[in-house]
Ligand binder design. Structure first.
Ligand code: FPP
Length: 258
């Protein structure tokens, strides 16, 4: 942790938590055991992110596509979520962590929606960090919902089509409430974005690790942040050195011309 530059902390970290099933399989355990250990890794990562001063942490906890998994696994994941929403209540409040959720939340069972809502309300005034759970979430689905909202607004004369710009789309995306993603981490060895935060990750630094999610801990997060701090973020611009060289070349041209 001593090596992390506290003045260059990523403001929004998003994580694709992959590898729970393989972690369990390697131990001849049911997949649900992997998810349970995955919940421990969520707690460790949340604490570490808070300690580092990361203001926004978004976790891909259940994708829109995960509804196609066996019913027993879906039920186990929903039960685990509900248990965590009870067991982590004090952890969130004591550490000033606000809970938020994005995704097609109406598809979750009613009791899960109620627990999410009540803990979100209870932690509403927490200012230390926002933990967003992406549940029944898909980046394309979120963009479809935004397109529908904008099309309706245009039809009702509330917005002109030519006024639809980046800011207008940002406003329609709940995932953009906390700003774009600076660092996107994926565990489990695959190098894919898998329909996560498609719009907000446009300029995110990507960090892939072979570590399986249940093994991810505070040190894993520090390593990812250190790696991020070693990157040069250009946002489509030329690097500073090239920029200087271009300016020097322009000056030389000018000198030659006069
Ligand atoms: C992907 O691993 C993980 C998930 C689909 C679920 C993520 C859930 C947790 C980390 C548990 C608890 C979370 C909260 C917020 C309470 P996988 O099952 O696809 O792994 P595999 O690729 O090895 O099969």
């Amino acid at each position: 942790m001593a090596l992390v530059d506290v003045s260059r902390i990523p403001q929004h970290v998003a994580i694709i938590m992959d590898g729970n099933g393989r972690w369990a399989q390697a131990r001849s355990k049911p997949r649900t055991a992997g998810h349970e250990r995955g919940a421990d890794a969520v707690r460790a990562t949340m604490r570490a992110a808070r300690r580092l001063g990361i203001p926004a942490l978004t976790l891909y906890a259940f994708s829109e596509q995960n509804w196609d998994r066996p019913e027993a696994e879906i039920n186990a994941l929903v039960d685990l979520l509900c248990e965590c929403l009870v067991s982590e209540r004090n952890e969130l409040l004591d550490n000033e962590i606000r809970l938020s959720a994005i995704g097609r939340l109406h598809k979750l069972p009613q009791h899960a929606q109620s627990r999410l809502l009540s803990l979100s309300e209870e932690t509403e005034s927490c200012k230390g960090m926002t933990l967003t759970l992406a549940l029944s979430y898909g980046g394309r689905e979120e963009l479809i919902d935004a397109a529908r909202a904008l099309a309706s607004a245009a039809r009702d004369g509330e917005i002109k089509p030519e006024d639809i710009d980046e800011a207008a789309i940002d406003r329609c995306l709940p995932s953009m409430d906390l700003g774009p993603v600076d660092l996107l981490i994926r565990t489990g060895g695959e190098k894919r974005i898998s329909n996560f935060l498609l719009w907000g990750s446009a300029y995110a630094e990507l960090y892939f690790t072979n570590q399986l999610w249940p093994d991810f801990d505070a040190n894993s997060l520090y390593s990812a942040v250190l790696d991020y701090q070693g990157r040069e973020r250009r946002f489509g611009l030329v690097p500073e050195v090239e920029e200087e060289e271009t300016a020097r070349e322009a000056r030389r041209e000018l000198e030659r011309a006069v």
